[in-house]
Structures are given as C-alpha cells and as structure tokens.
Design a protein around this ligand. Structure first.
Ligand code: PLP
Length: 401
C-alpha cells in the first residue's frame, strides 16, 4: 500500500508533535486550577497567560483581555451572534452571507424561526465574491450584527472583511468574522481594523480539537453566553481547559513561524496540483476566486460524475480529500457554497476540495496527479451524463475562462 496522502486539512489538521509535548505536563504534574490562589494554580495561570499572549501576536490584537478561550469555532460563532443580539437592544437584524459555515447559517435560521429576528443572507457571484451592493442595501440602524467569514472553507475565497467592517460601523452595527480557515494561513492584524469580534479554532492550525478562541475588541458590547463562574473575566464561565489552551498557544506560536512556508511553498504545491489536473483531465475547472484566496485550498469540479464516487476511489489509493464540508458530507445534495455560486449541478456534484498544510510535500502532489486521471476516466465510463457530453468543453469555468 502506498504512503497515505492527507489533503483534507480544512477539515482538520494533524496536531503538531510540539503542541502535544507542550500539553502533556498539564495533564499530569501541572494539574492545578488556574483560578486557585495557591502555587498549583499560579503556575498553570502563568501558562494560560502565555498562551493568550501568543494568540494576541498571531491575530495582531492589542490587549490580552481581547482574547477569550472557547471550545472551538462553533462556540465562538454562536457567542458572537447571540451576544450581539442581547447587547444591542432595539436592533433585531443580522446580516450574513450565503456561503457561511453551518455554525453561523444554522444558528441564524434557528433564530429567525424562534425569535423575532430578521436575517439578511447576502448572495455571492460565480467566484464566491460577496454582492457588495446587496450588503450595503441590507445595512441599517436595525442591524445588530454582521457575521461574514474571513475565508471560505470550501473554495478558500477571501472576503474583504476590513472594508465590510468599516461599512457596518457606519450604521453602528457590530462586525463579526468567522476566521476559522484564515487564522494561521494568512497574516492578520486586527488592531488596524474595525472588526469587533472574530472566531478561531485550534484544530485547523495543528492544535488540539475542542479548543478555540474568541476575539472581542476592547470596548465592544458583549454579553456572556454561559452563566457561572468568573473565568475569562466573567465572559466564559467554566474551568479552563488548560492543556487545550496551552496547546492552542503553542499552535499559534508555530503558525507564525510557519506562515512564510504556508504562503509560498504550500501555495506552490496547490498551484501545481491544480495545473496538473487541468492539463491531464478534460471537463474540470477550479472554483472560487483565483485573485484572493487561501494559499492551501483547491476546489476542483469534475463534470458529470459524483464527488462521493471520486472520494471512494481516491480513498482506496490512500488519498484523503473531501467533497463540500465534512459537516455536510453524507448528504447527496451538492454543497450550499457551490450552489450559492450558481455552479451547475452537473459540476457541483463532482467537486472535490484538496486542502494542504505544512505537512504536505511534492511527492503528495505527484501521487495525486498519477492517480486522478484513471479514477475520473473510470467513473465517467459509467456515467450516463458523460456519454452525452463526451469531452465537450467545460460548461462553466468561472476561474480559467
Ligand atoms: N467555521 C468554519 C469556516 C469552519 O471551517 C469550521 C470547521 O469546519 C467551523 C466554523 C467550526 O469549527 P469547530 O470545528 O472548531 O467547531
């Protein structure tokens, strides 16, 4: 069996060995509760403080109390929107985009059903870019919060969140960004923006699963979701997950060290994979915005076949990638992101996301380029749709048209 190739790093990353090593003492001798007054607590409290400082550095935050530790991206996204609705009385509208993660979209749908809240879902174009005119039109004195992601998890498309935040401020609304896929992959500097709140997740940046953080700019109105103890200055009750926090801090430190590699070498691997596939396989195209996107993500739509079939055959060859987001896999509906981009069903059904990390090598790309053409050919030979189309030019190619 050939060496496995892992290209599903937007779903989750391998926890770095240095992260694991940094965490271990906090399961054993450093077991104290950081809130305790005695020495056991104090040494752990110091480690939590150091982790907060390394997150501040990665995000370009100005004050340590702007970072709140959470259990991950989903909790932080929920925290932002629910806090804003409570903290902004008289405002009952939310603005979001059609391509957000379910952590935002399903919460918004739930709020619309169960509370007197109006949600504006802003559409995107064929490259996944936000309709700015529709965004401006939706903003009003009634907007409590805008929640728009920094980068899309399926296509890697980057949104101009700093500009979007400026526009939100003009009507006095709070601005939140789900930066789960952006943090650690591209440089961020929050202190130079008007972004009020940001979500991040540890397991997307070689940190431990079930860890994350919430950034809330100094002076931003905030209401805590969890009621209980005074941890995190009363903003997130519950004894801190100290091994997880220490691991997240280490992952943030390493992300800064590896950032240059991510935006150069990793991006070059991604580009070589895309070019190689487009050269070798007819009727496929890259989705998303080629100009502004994450360095690690390639989403390629193979026409007239099913993504599930492609993944299955890739898996037999030891190659892991994904179709749509891991959270929606299992459903035969094409991804809501590709549907929002108006990608035809014949192509959206066969879209595969290849997501790289610093662990990937040239040998990984070579292996995928060797294995993909026969897989696609085999599936197309079985596809009734392919027989009709038979190597006609790709019907839709928003990126390389
Ligand atoms: N937001 C985005 C854009 C994501 O990609 C994910 C994970 O897939 C999440 C939120 C949820 O993060 P977590 O798994 O830490 O809850």
């Amino acid at each position: 069996m050939p060496t496995p190739v892992y290209l599903d790093n937007n779903a989750t990353t391998r926890c770095d060995a240095e992260v694991v090593e940094a965490m271990l003492p906090f399961f054993t001798e450093q077991f104290g509760n950081p809130s305790s007054m005695h020495a056991f607590g104090a040494s752990v409290g110091g480690a939590v403080k150091a982790a907060r400082a390394s997150l501040m550095k990665l995000l370009g935050a100005e004050f340590d109390h702007e970072i709140i530790f959470t259990s991950g991206g989903t909790e932080s996204d929920n925290m932002a929107i629910l806090s804003a609705l409570e903290a902004m009385p008289g405002r009952d509208e939310i603005i979001t985009s059609a391509v957000e993660h379910p952590a935002v979209l399903s919460l918004c749908a739930h709020l619309e059903k169960t509370r007197d809240v109006k949600v504006h879902v802003i559409p995107v174009d064929g490259r996944g870019l936000l309709d700015i005119a529709a965004y401006r039109a939706a903003l009003s004195e009634k907007t409590a919060v805008v929640s728009i992601m920094w980068a899309n998890n399926e296509t890697g498309t980057i949104f101009p969140v700093a500009e979007l935040a400026e526009l939100a401020k003009e009507v006095g609304a709070l601005f939140h960004t789900d930066a789960v896929q952006a943090v650690g992959k591209i440089p961020l500097d929050l202190k130079s923006t008007k972004i009020d709140m940001l979500s991040l997740s540890g397991h997307k940046l070689h940190g431990p699963k079930g860890t994350g953080a919430f950034y809330v700019k100094r002076g931003t109105r905030f209401r805590s979701l969890l009621k209980g103890g005074h941890q995190e200055r009363g903003r997130r009750a519950g004894t801190e997950n100290t091994p997880g926090i220490v691991g997240l801090g280490k992952a943030a430190e390493l992300a800064l060290i590896h950032m240059e590699d991510e935006v150069t070498r990793v991006a070059a691997l991604r580009d070589r994979l895309e070019k190689g596939i487009l050269q070798r396989i007819p009727n496929c195209f890259v989705t998303g915005n080629p100009a502004e996107r994450l360095p690690n993500t390639a989403n390629i739509a193979f026409e007239y076949i099913e993504g599930e079939g492609i993944l299955l055959l890739m898996n037999r060859e030891g190659i892991a990638a994904s179709s749509g987001s891991a959270c929606t896999s299992g459903s035969l509906e094409p991804s809501h992101v590709l549907r929002a981009m108006n990608i035809p069903y014949t192509a959206a059904h066969g879209a595969i996301r290849f997501s790289f990390s610093r662990d990937n090598t040239d040998a990984d790309v070579d292996r995928v380029l060797e294995v993909m053409p026969p897989i696609i050919e085999k599936l197309r030979a079985l596809s009734p749709f392919w027989k009709g189309a038979n190597e006609a030019p790709a019907t839709f190619n928003p990126v390389y048209a």
